[in-house]
Design a protein around this ligand. Structure first.
Ligand code: MRU
Length: 364
């Protein structure tokens, strides 16, 4: 997608081979591009959220493994790199998916062949992500089109949570892809952007990217969604996901569950944009089985912003020493989900629905 009219992806390889990312900690205030050169750089970038969003975490891990293979292609390095990168963040399953995928390709090869094969597969994972998200956009577009038709061509109001936009993926985004496709299709779309405390990915990233692409939107506080739904101001909700179980329970950024409850209570369709690498076929009950990342309390007690001189600062908003809990994700049970927008089509959030859509992947 674009920043100031210039095409960008969230991760890329330079013609000289180095891997670069946008360091998302400083957005929307500063566009800082960094080169990740060592396995440790990649681990830090994922853990400290220079990159974030399930698909991008997976793509970054794939390149992290490739960079390590160029430095040391031994079996020990392959195993250790899987471990080091895997322990960076616990919830998004795309991380494990990408590391397993790299291991599947690399393990049978001789050490001398591994680096080139690793970069080739990591490049492919990125291209696959772009195409997957494009397809999710086209499939989600049909839902938005149908609502626009029902409203006689009137404005379609979409609520989204967190950032499941292009910075969370390699390109297009998952939840934003149907929105971008609808805008391209000439549909009048308006987006309500949840700020998404504590890290404010909605305020900092989603509103930034929608603004860059001229998509009509309002930033709202996390608690406003229910009110807007009650008053008929939201036609549908589309969110991303960090891990969706085989029966369709959806783990996503903290606060998603409350939006799903409000949507159910108000008869608002609640869709989840789901690329297949985000399905965890090994778990069923998301509430009991998905590990939820607990992050530091300072993300709750402080807020990052820009001061009048343009410096990026962190401001304390609670009394000194206030204890805080910071679960970063929650699970929306499948029965609250209207449908899963995948790259192959839209399916019900049920075991049967997912199995019918991905018969070749089920059981992995
Ligand atoms: O903690 P983050 O910023 O990595 O969490 C991101 C989200 O929860 C996204 O909504 C999710 O990964 C879907 S991204 C396409």
């Amino acid at each position: 997608m674009k920043i100031d009219g210039k095409h960008f992806r969230s991760i890329w390889r330079m013609p000289t081979g180095e891997v670069q990312i946008i360091d998302q900690r400083w957005l929307p205030h500063d566009l800082r591009i960094v080169t990740l050169a060592t396995r440790q750089d990649f681990a830090d970038a994922i853990r400290e959220m220079w990159v974030r969003g399930a698909p991008l975490i997976g793509a970054t891990a794939a390149y992290g493994m490739a960079v390590q293979m160029a430095a040391d292609p031994s079996d020990d390095a392959l195993r250790e790199t899987w471990e080091i990168l895997h322990e960076t963040r616990p919830t998004a399953i795309n991380l494990k998916w990408a590391l397993d995928e790299m291991t599947r390709v690399l393990a049978p090869l001789s050490a001398g062949d591994r680096a080139a094969a690793a970069f080739a597969r990591a490049d492919e994972i990125c291209e696959e992500d772009v195409e997957t998200n494009r397809q999710i956009g086209l499939n989600g577009l049909e839902i938005i089109r149908e609502i626009a038709r029902r409203k006689g061509g009137g404005r379609v109001n979409v609520l989204t949570h967190c950032n499941a936009g292009w910075p969370a993926t390699v390109d297009w985004g998952t939840a934003t892809s149907p929105i971008y496709h609808a805008v391209e299709d000439g549909i009048d779309v308006h987006v309500f952007v949840d700020e998404t405390r504590p890290r404010n990915q909605g305020a900092q990233l989603t509103s930034w990217e929608l603004n860059s692409h001229g998509v009509s939107h309002d930033l709202i506080v996390d608690n406003a969604g229910g009110h807007l739904m009650q008053h008929g101001e939201v036609d549908l909700v589309i969110v991303g996901t960090d891990r969706t179980t085989a029966r369709g329970d959806v783990c996503n950024k903290i606060g998603t569950y409350l939006k799903a409850l409000a949507a159910k209570a108000n008869g608002v369709p609640f869709y989840v944009a789901l690329p297949s690498p985000t399905i965890d076929w090994t778990v069923s009950d998301g509430v009991k089985e998905i590990p939820i990342e607990e992050r530091g309390g300072e993300e709750v007690t402080h807020v990052q912003g820009r001061d009048p001189e343009g410096r990026i600062i962190s401001v304390q908003i609670s009394p000194d020493g206030t204890p805080a809990r910071n679960p970063a994700f929650d699970v929306t049970p499948a029965e609250l989900v209207t449908g899963l927008i995948t790259e192959r089509g839209v399916c019900p959030a049920t075991e049967e629905g997912l199995a019918a859509m991905f018969p070749d992947l089920k059981g992995r």
